[in-house]
Write a protein that binds this ligand. Structure first.
Ligand code: ZN
Length: 505
């Protein structure tokens, strides 16, 4: 048994090395790669993913798993192994079964259709013409449904899709959480819209990109990001990527006329980066050395970006420094005005620009539409209309065209259906962790006011980061906070914060 396990770990190690190499190619592609290199890069990618697939699903892996008594994706729950080894087998066997259940033909069809579909989506969005994208989305949906059937599910085909991004979460679980969340968020949006709007005009002044970067780098160091184990670069869409235990890189993008874009992009990705940097060295380089779910990952980025980075105590500490750097741009803007301005909330059309209050409603809309499309209730041709009426219902606004409506996100074009809910789950997990952290540390406000962010990081490392994927999202939440995911923490947090900003009640 031990020799089978050791051999499986060697295979896993090779897979991880190949994954990190693939990540390096991806990082390079988004940051420094010359434009014309794309064709060669695509071939490099496809060669590596083929090798990874063969290693993961090969005869040897399958023989080793059977010799360890593993016959399904549940892993080895009953085995006499230690906790980490059991977690390793659970994670490894889940990946194995998921990968082997999808026939190679379907993988090839999917990846071909996804690249055609992405190209069509780019064109459709440029022309704001849904009909250019519609036939491709139909094809993608067909393949996605087929994939769900092949993977299998207990209740709803959407379970199989969700599981890829949020392991062990089910459709009915997400549905019930969103049903609690939705009316409360809508109510808060209404209350805010009745209050007087806050002024954020100072954000539109010109902020030098060099100074923005300098300020961002200082904050990164203060928050605990390690520059000898990572880098900060620029890309069109900010992201975090893991190239190894000591190589976790983040990117952002800067806009001279929108100081929030660069800085909060940095803080958001820093949150993702700190999670990966904080994983225990004992599981370094294994399949367990990654965030346990996208929801938990997003809880980390959003905690740093929103609950910390957009808080008053954070700016009590940093605002004097920021004003020194941008004295004309912030001339006459008090700390209070600055805080209210960066937290301005109002219904808007574009998800990625949405504030903390409205953001999750954008997600709920996408979740509801995905479910209807997967179950066949909603036809692709009726999607734009369903989108617009959903926006009207949830946020009270209607897009003028499809580019700022149903065509705004790239996800569906490459078949990432089941992904969106993880963004909203991240907000919920984040708020629940943060209230526990606040209690455990005896008041996070004072800690932030004196800029002692390493103390906050310490709590997150001890309770979340170091475990990587040893625990599932649900187990982690239970262990860290003593209860299952409860959306009330997020609502309480928002109500308290926004009552202060808008003088509600
Ligand atoms: Zn994120």
């Amino acid at each position: 048994m031990n020799s089978s396990l050791s051999r499986l770990k060697e295979i896993d190690r090779e897979i991880q090395l190949l994954e990190h190499t693939t990540a390096l190619l991806g990082w390079d592609q988004e940051t420094y790669m010359p434009e014309k290199a794309i064709e060669e890069r695509a071939q490099q990618h496809s060669l590596l993913s083929g090798i990874i697939h063969d290693k993961l699903t090969g005869k040897e892996t399958s023989t080793l798993l059977s010799s360890l008594g593993i016959k399904d994706s549940a892993g080895a729950a009953e085995s006499p192994l230690g906790e980490t080894d059991r977690a390793f087998l659970r994670k490894f066997s889940r990946d194995f079964y998921r990968e082997t259940k999808i026939p190679k033909g379907l993988v090839v069809d999917f990846s071909r259709e996804a690249s055609l579909s992405q190209a069509a989506w780019i064109e459709a969005r440029k022309k704001s013409d849904f009909s250019v994208f519609a036939p491709h989305l139909e094809k993608i949906l067909e393949l996605t449904k087929d994939k769900a059937e092949k993977i299998g599910y207990a209740e709803h085909p959407y379970d199989a899709l969700l599981d890829e991004y949020e392991p062990f979460a089910t459709t009915s679980y997400v549905k019930s959480i969103f049903e609690t969340l939705k009316p409360k968020l809508r109510n808060l949006v209404k209350e805010i819209s009745r209050a007087g709007q806050v002024d954020d005009s100072f954000l539109k002044n010109k902020y030098s990109v060099d100074l923005q970067e300098k300020f961002g780098r200082e904050i990164l160091v203060d928050l605990g990001y390690e520059f000898d184990r990572g880098r900060l670069d620029v890309s069109a869409h900010p992201f975090t990527t893991t190239l190894g235990f000591n190589d976790i890189r983040i990117t952002t993008r800067y806009r001279e006329d929108s100081f929030k874009t660069g800085l909060f992009g940095i803080i958001h990705e820093c949150g993702h980066g700190l999670y990966e940097l904080g994983i225990d060295e004992k599981i370094a380089g294994t399949v367990l050395a990654q965030g346990t779910s996208l929801g938990i990952h997003e809880s980390q980025s959003r905690t740093w970006e929103n609950m910390i980075g957009l808080s008053l105590p954070f700016w009590k500490y940093y605002y004097p420094k920021l004003r020194k750097m941008f004295p004309t741009q912030l001339d006459g803007v008090t700390l209070e005005q600055f805080y209210r301005g960066i937290n301005r909330s109002e219904p808007s059309l574009i998800r990625i620009d949405a504030d903390e209050v409205t953001y999750s409603l954008h997600i709920i809309l996408r979740f509801e539409l995905e479910l209807q499309m997967i179950s066949g209730e909603l036809k692709v041709r009726d999607l734009p209309e369903a989108w617009n009426s959903g926006m009207k219902e949830l946020l009270g606004i209607t897009p003028a065209d499809d580019a700022e409506g149903v065509l705004q996100d790239v996800h569906w074009s490459f078949g990432a259906i089941g992904y969106f809910p993880t963004y909203a789950l991240g907000n919920l997990y984040g708020a629940q962790f943060f209230q526990k952290l606040d209690r455990d540390l005896g008041g996070v406000v004072e800690i932030m006011e004196r800029g002692d962010f390493k103390k906050i990081l310490g709590w997150l490392r001890d309770n979340i980061h170091r475990y990587g994927s040893i625990y599932t999202a649900e187990e982690l939440c239970m262990n860290a906070t003593g209860e299952a995911l409860n959306p009330d923490y997020f609502i309480d947090y928002l109500e308290k914060k926004y009552s202060g900003i808008y003088g509600l009640k």
